[in-house]
Design a protein around this ligand. Structure first.
Ligand SMILES: Nc1ncnc2c1ncn2[C@@H]1O[C@H](COP(=O)(O)OP(=O)(O)OP(=O)(O)O)[C@@H](O)[C@H]1O
Ligand SMILES: [Mg+2]
Length: 365
């Protein structure tokens, strides 16, 4: 320790204060001791001088130690001065209570006065504990700030994604969609005009081109569905999910894909960003269950009410392998980010050979 500490001894007994002062003089370098006989005096001294640690007798004439402790500890962690309670053998339980309320430690004034030997060490420990406490508090603050920033960022990304996909969908629909519709009409007109004169080869080529136009129209529609979940804006999450499940191409006949919205949800709407995030998470979780799990049963359930939404996608498949091996899987990461953006709780529970459950729980702030 390089600088002399400033210690505040709060005790109404002159002899006890002197014992304390002597015991603490063994600190290296010897501390400066400030003394107070009452709680009021202690608070005044605290305001006047920079105190590193307080040694506080539990019994004071004007206030009990716990109340004084509460007043001393009412500041932010960084400004709190560590307090070591001084107590008689009869008051140990109170000292323990004081520690629960933020005292750093306590010293029992035993009749043999052995506590004097311990005091310098206890003060040093109290100071070190306070430093650790402050460091932890700062880390927690930084983590909370980082989480907040991350959530804002995820929210902004989701907003950008939404507007970009909207614009893209609009352009595809209004431009490529219209052009394809015009090609379809024009081609049908040309085919009808040439039908009488065309030879078999020309007819076969025409039929192939016609099929290609159909494919292109279907593909554009499919892209539109992927970009802009149908029904979500107009009818809400429950109808959009219902539609999404009906549209799922099932690779096997024995897969049961079931939608279980809570009965009271008919017509229920949530904020647009919450519905969008929940829909995209459900879409990813359903896609994963159908593509990776080799499941026979996939259940999607939605529950909630005003200000709350609970989504669950459960499969009875293989479970997610512990080591995913190859990089570039973005589905699960994306689900977490979407949940973060709407400040919802996201959980992924997976058990080998039993299946996977994806949960999203949102509650309005
Ligand atoms: N329900 C599931 N059951 C079994 N395995 C799963 C399940 N969900 C995910 N996985 C495993 O976790 C991996 C990562 O999933 P994730 O959704 O992040 O990526 P992906 O589906 O492979 O690719 P994409 O980025 O297109 O979503 C999958 O490749 C799969 O091995
Ligand atoms: Mg995926």
């Amino acid at each position: 320790m390089d600088r002399a500490l400033r210690l505040l001894i709060v005790d109404d007994d002159t002899v006890d204060r002197r014992i304390c002062r002597r015991a603490l003089a063994r600190l290296d370098p010897p501390p400066t001791c400030v003394e107070a006989e009452t709680a009021a005096e202690a608070l005044q001294r605290l305001g006047e001088a920079d105190i590193d640690c307080i040694l506080l007798d539990f019994r004071l004439p004007d206030m009990d130690g716990l109340e004084l402790l509460a007043r001393i500890n009412c500041h932010d962690v960084e400004q709190r001065v560590p307090v070591v309670m001084l107590t008689g053998a009869d008051d140990v339980s109170v000292a323990v209570e004081a520690m629960r309320r933020g005292a750093s430690n306590y010293v029992v004034k035993d009749v043999d006065a052995r506590y004097q030997e311990l005091m310098p060490t206890i003060v040093r420990h109290a100071l070190r504990d306070r430093e650790l406490q402050i460091a932890r508090w700062r880390d927690e603050q930084a983590l909370a700030r980082y989480r907040g920033d991350l959530s804002d960022l995820a929210q902004r990304l989701m907003d950008t994604e939404k507007t970009t996909t909207r614009r893209l969908a609009q352009m595809l629909h209004d431009q490529l969609g219209q052009t394809l519709a015009a090609i379809r009409l024009g081609f049908d007109a040309v085919s009808a005009n040439c039908a009488a004169t065309a030879n078999a080869k020309a007819k076969e080529q025409a039929s192939r081109v016609s099929a290609l136009i159909d494919d292109a129209v279907r593909e554009v529609r499919q892209v539109l569905v992927t970009l802009r979940p149908p029904l979500l804006d107009d009818r809400g999450l429950v109808d959009a999910l219902d539609n999404e499940l009906r549209m799922q191409p099932l690779a096997r006949d024995d897969v049961e894909l079931r939608f279980e919205p809570a009965p009271a949800l008919a017509g229920r709407r949530w904020p647009a960003d919450v519905e969008y995030a929940a829909f995209m998470i459900a879409r990813e979780a359903i896609g994963n269950a159908l593509r990776h799990a080799n499941a026979t049963r996939v259940r999607v359930s939605v529950d909630g009410g005003e200000g709350s939404l609970h989504l669950r996608v459960a499969d009875d498949g293989s479970g997610i392998p512990a080591d995913l091996g190859r990089p570039g899987h973005l589905g699960i990461v994306g689900m977490r980010e979407r949940a973060l953006a709407i400040a919802a709780h996201f959980a992924l529970e997976t058990t080998p050979a039993k299946g996977t459950v994806v949960r999203l729980d949102w509650n309005a702030a």
